[in-house]
Design a protein around this ligand. Structure first.
Ligand SMILES: Nc1ncnc2c1ncn2[C@@H]1O[C@H](COP(=O)(O)OP(=O)(O)OP(=O)(O)O)[C@@H](O)[C@H]1O
Ligand SMILES: [Mg+2]
Length: 600
């Protein structure tokens, strides 16, 4: 779809507002025309003494009434036309947000956040300018120019008008070229601004890394370069504007000169009256604005279309994952999961991340997944959430192919603690209740207790009303993790997935949370991904993932008997723990001996 068609779809919805707006604009322009005529009449009347004070007053009353009409008219067209443009801006923004929410994770992997934000802000702004102020300018300017020119010809003199119009038409032609050149320049500027926003956003989100690696200077250098680039693009535009604006004044000046010379001559020889000469001068003045407005409008249009194209691009990208054409009539999942020879290759990857994985997880059981980093554990649960495309016949939920399970049903029935847990800049209570409709304090506290975060929360000065994230307090890694667990637990879904969600808590707390989980998740499917054997050894089924396939499957006892990868992992981790404990005990002893020596 072209940018024009895209915009027309929205404009059509508000066509009456546009029609009424433009009609009012027309009325205002028409009324405007009479003022020079009336002042001309007064001048003539006073010059040849045919008008007395009463006459002057009656003309003044007319001018006042006209002024009132103009004021009301201007108010109305502003309301109609600016109102329509603002409404359309809101509608496009709403639609764009909704559309983007529907896009799959892969879309966000390949599109920068800063770039998307630019489309929401400056691009939409340019679009609004083109469907509001620019439309007003174009209509206003053309209507006004045509009327003024007609008036000049009829009321004053055709030849004089034509002579004045020569330089004026140069402005029009010049501006069409100017608009074309500017179109390219605005596009370049838009890209430069996008780059700048991206850079700033990334630098500040990653400020900890920047500081830890002492890269402030390098980042600053990069920033200066990006900022310079944005300025260059802006300056390029300013330079063109700087050349064009004085040029405009020169051309306008020459029109005035023609009026003075030829118009003055006509007045001298008596072809036109003095009043008409005065009126003509005013008309020339009135023509200047439409010419400039036309130029502005052309610029606004070219910017607006460039931006509309970028916005339309967002709308034309289709979500890769959608409900199937014949979704299965499921509303609630029991929690039975089956992987059938599942193989999955990430986009842009040559090797499969998951290969030939077959496993059945009966409803109500706890599955633990353990394996070395990068072995595809997170990918596997992302597939279960249908965040990536899965070929048919590879994943079944309650016996239904995952492709046939409606997406909202699937995701409502799965509670998920992502590995890179994320909290919104909002209160803890809202963060925890994020995924549920029932936001009672009781439930929030219950879930927080189960996730062992309640005691931490009540210690904050504002308790559950404490705002976290960029606008509030900074939580520790473990606190963030446990808040995310609470957020998942409150959902009480048939399937719960914890992706490495206990990595940042100490073993005691871990034990506590696991005990709560066993109680909470009785009869419901739970998937726990972990690196520590201690986290998962009580699971009903443990799967050791190696290179994307199930190397070993069984419970703790079975896998220990097998004496394979799992048993080895268990022993080495136990050894590590034992060594760790010994070391700690030794340190304590050294410390106490030291104290005794010092006579403490
Ligand atoms: N969106 C993606 N596009 C391409 N490759 C990806 C993508 N996400 C993950 N990968 C690759 O897939 C492999 C498995 O990643 P995954 O995140 O599933 O590992 P993991 O087992 O969860 O690791 P960890 O224990 O460190 O969390 C990695 O090699 C990773 O580089
Ligand atoms: Mg992972």
């Amino acid at each position: 779809m072209s940018a024009f068609k895209f915009l027309m779809r929205y404009i059509r919805r508000h066509k009456w507002q546009y029609i009424f707006g433009i009609i009012t604009l027309f009325v205002v322009d028409y009324a405007n025309l009479f003022i020079p005529e009336l002042t001309g009449d007064v001048t003539d009347g006073l010059a040849d003494r045919t008008m007395d004070m009463q006459g002057v007053f009656s003309v003044l009353t007319k001018i006042l009434l006209l002024g009132l009409t103009l004021a009301i008219g201007r108010f109305l067209w502003r309301i109609f036309l600016f109102g329509a443009a603002r409404t359309i801006e809101r509608e496009i923004r709403d639609d764009m947000f909704e559309h983007l929410e529907g896009m799959s994770v892969e879309y966000y992997n390949s599109h920068k956040t800063g770039d998307l934000m630019t489309r929401f802000t400056s691009d939409l702004n340019s679009v609004r300018m083109s469907i509001g102020p620019a439309i007003i300018s174009i209509f206003d300017a053309t209507v006004m120019a045509v009327m003024v020119i007609a008036q000049m010809m009829v009321y004053v003199n055709v030849r004089l008008t034509l002579m004045v119009l020569v330089p004026m038409s140069v402005i029009m032609v010049g501006e069409i070229y100017y608009g074309k050149i500017m179109h390219g320049k605005y596009k370049k500027r838009q890209e430069a601004v996008s780059d700048l926003t991206d850079f700033v956003q990334e630098s500040f989100s990653g400020i900890r890394v920047v500081k830890a690696f002492v890269r402030e200077r390098q980042q600053l250098k990069e920033f200066l370069k990006t900022n310079q680039n944005a300025m260059d693009k802006n300056l390029d535009i300013v330079r063109w504007q700087a050349v064009v604006n004085p040029l405009l004044t020169v051309i306008i000046g020459s029109s005035s000169l023609i009026t003075l010379i030829y118009g003055g001559y006509l007045a001298l020889v008596g072809d036109i009256t003095l009043g008409r000469f005065v009126a003509f001068n005013q008309y020339v003045g009135m023509l200047v604005w439409p010419m400039i407005a036309c130029g502005d409008a052309i610029n606004m249009f070219s910017q607006g279309f460039a931006s509309a194209k970028r916005i339309e691009e967002v709308f034309s990208s289709r979500p890769e994952i959608t409900d199937s054409e014949n979704p299965a009539p499921v509303h609630e999942l029991k929690g039975e999961i089956k992987f059938d020879d599942l193989t999955f290759i990430h986009k842009g990857s040559s090797e499969p991340t998951i290969r030939d994985l077959t496993l059945e997880v009966p409803a109500g059981t706890t599955l633990a997944i353990i394996g070395r980093t990068g072995n595809g554990k997170s990918t596997l649960v992302n597939l279960l959430l249908h965040l990536y495309n899965v070929r048919r016949g590879m994943i079944y939920l309650d016996g239904t192919d995952i492709n046939d399970v409606p997406l909202n049903v699937l995701r409502e029935n799965i509670a998920y603690v992502p590995q890179d847990n994320f909290l919104f800049s909002d209160t803890l209570a809202s963060n925890i209740a994020f995924g549920t409709h029932e936001k009672s304090m009781e439930r929030i506290v219950e879930a927080s207790r189960a996730a062992c975060i309640h005691d931490n929360i009540i210690e904050f000065p504002e308790g559950y009303e404490t705002v976290v994230g960029e606008r509030g307090v900074t939580l520790s890694g473990g606190q963030k993790q446990r808040s995310s667990i609470a957020r998942a637990l409150i959902k009480d879904a048939p399937i719960l997935i914890l992706d490495d969600a206990l990595s940042a808590v100490d073993t005691d707390t871990e034990e506590h949370i696991l005990t709560n989980l066993r109680k909470n998740r009785e009869g419901k499917t739970t998937i726990i991904i972990a690196h520590r054997v201690s986290t998962i050894k009580d699971a009903d089924v443990i799967m050791v993932l190696e290179d994307g396939s199930a190397a070993e499957v069984g419970n703790h006892r079975e896998l220990m008997e097998k004496n394979g990868v799992y048993a080895e992992m268990f022993r080495s981790q136990q050894l590590e723990a034992a060594v760790g404990e010994k070391k700690a005990a030794l340190e304590r002893r050294i410390l106490s001996v030291g104290k005794e020596d010092a006579g403490v």
